[in-house]
Design a protein around this ligand. Structure first.
Ligand SMILES: NC(=O)c1ccc[n+]([C@@H]2O[C@H](COP(=O)([O-])OP(=O)(O)OC[C@H]3O[C@@H](n4cnc5c(N)ncnc54)[C@H](OP(=O)(O)O)[C@@H]3O)[C@@H](O)[C@H]2O)c1
Length: 400
């Protein structure tokens, strides 16, 4: 057997690191069976080779084992990073120059950045794809036109969460492989997150509502909090943090799989400003502005949020805080610049938005709206009864 040549390092990246997951996926999401591929599609292997040759491929130990079992050696012409929890694991001596053991995904990403790599190829298997999906900039997939009864699956395949995170960039035509299976090549890219992030405050005790979680009250069969998240998403806001306090476990259970960052306020009794501070402190650096949203506004709609976003977009240069005003009454949600959000996140004791607004009127813009959704909230059983009896067709029920 000819020794594979040691691959040379990819050149230092000028435009930053791209993390790509590359996989062949059956229509039902299956990628493997019995620690092997469930098919042999030479065209897929050829594409895999042409995309990854000369570069660094990152994989779980089981996938590495399956490659070596199949080829008798690592993939020629590629540097391998193998993730394992076994401290004494090492590749066969003949492969040591080409294979490096890593003990965490974070270590791999960090090393790729330090070396200035332009590309890191995550090549599986299921366990590693599941952990790496949140780091992926791109997905190079071969869709195989069958359902397979296997034991390894691609994460989030066919789910709403997948389509919320990735958009299809290229869709090749279906073709028949030499061995008869249908396949096509798909390229997905991560959707750019909106420069406006949202912090949803859902930490309250609901004491005036008879001490129950208002976020879980159902509107048209859907918990209020999920309806609100959907409204934020259709308004183009993808980066969402939800701050929980009272009833945190109950609400977190409903939020599982909703693709939001869940934060907990350990002292919700300190009031809304303390939850807002926790939410604003969690923001990433890409956010240019933050919408602060109360979880108990049952009728907010896409059009309302668009009015708010548009008022913020068109604000004069010195304005840092924008809020709706209906018949002179200030409403919610509000939007603040990222700089102001950072200021709020540093205040101790936590600073009330209302107080800052009163002290800095020159930096605030209240825009007039005729949408009452901005000032309607669900505070008391009377509010709930009034909404149930309102002329709207919306059906509101208590948590079930
Ligand atoms: N269709 C495709 O494109 C494709 C591509 C690749 C693989 N596959 C298939 O996928 C299957 C293998 O997937 P799999 O999920 O069983 O295994 P895997 O993801 O290849 O490897 C899992 C192993 O990685 C290590 N590991 C995982 N998370 C870790 C962490 N956070 N820190 C340190 N080490 C960690 C552990 O190794 P230790 O046990 O050594 O600690 C773990 O057992 C096979 O059937 C293979 O053929 C399909």
């Amino acid at each position: 057997m000819r020794e594979p040549k040691e691959p040379s390092l990819p050149p230092a990246g000028a435009r930053g690191l791209t993390v790509s997951l590359i996989a062949a996926v059956a229509q039902n999401g299956c990628i493997g069976k019995g620690n092997d591929l469930p098919w042999h599609i030479p065209e897929d292997l050829q594409r895999f080779k042409s995309l990854t040759s000369g570069q660094t491929v990152f994989m779980g130990r089981k996938t590495y084992d399956s490659i070596v079992a199949r080829l008798g050696k690592p993939l020629p012409g590629r540097r391998h990073w193998v993730l394992t929890r076994q401290p004494d694991w090492h590749p066969a001596a003949a492969h040591a120059a080409q294979v490096q053991r890593l003990s965490s995904l974070a270590e791999a990403i960090d090393q790729a950045h330090r070396e200035g790599l332009q590309s890191l190829w995550v090549i599986g298997g299921a366990d590693i794809y599941a952990q790496a999906l949140c780091y992926a900039d791109a997905l190079e997939l071969t869709e195989v036109g069958v359902d397979v009864d296997g034991d390894a699956f691609f994460p989030d395949w066919g789910t709403q969460r997948f389509s919320a995170s990735f958009s299809l960039q290229e869709e090749g035509p279906w073709a028949n492989s030499a061995q008869g299976l249908r396949y096509r090549f798909l390229r997905f890219a991560r959707k750019q997150s909106s420069p406006v992030a949202a912090v949803v405050l859902a930490a309250g005790q609901g004491s005036r509502m008879g001490s129950r979680p208002k976020s879980l009250i159902k509107v048209q069969g859907q918990p209020l909090i999920l309806r609100l998240l959907a409204t934020l998403r259709v308004s183009g806001i993808d980066q969402i943090s939800v701050v929980l306090g009272y009833y945190a476990d109950e609400i977190a259970a409903v939020l599982a799989g909703a693709g939001v960052t869940i934060l907990r306020n350990p002292q919700p009794e300190r009031g809304q400003a303390s939850s807002q501070k926790i939410g604003l402190a969690s923001l990433t650096t890409e956010a240019k502005a933050v919408m602060v949203v109360l979880a108990d506004q049952p009728y907010l709609e896409k059009e309302d949020l668009q009015q708010l976003l548009s008022a913020f977009e068109k604000r004069p240069p010195d304005i840092q805080f924008v809020f709706p005003r209906v018949c002179g009454i200030p409403g919610n949600p509000v939007i603040m610049t990222a700089d102001l959000a950072r200021f709020f996140a540093q205040q101790d004791p936590p600073l009330e938005g209302r107080q800052w607004r009163a002290e800095n009127p020159q930096a605030c813009l209240g825009f007039e709206s005729n949408s009452r959704h901005f000032i309607e909230d669900l505070d008391t059983p009377e509010d709930l009864a009034m909404l149930q009896a309102s002329r709207r067709n919306t059906v509101i029920r208590g948590p079930q």
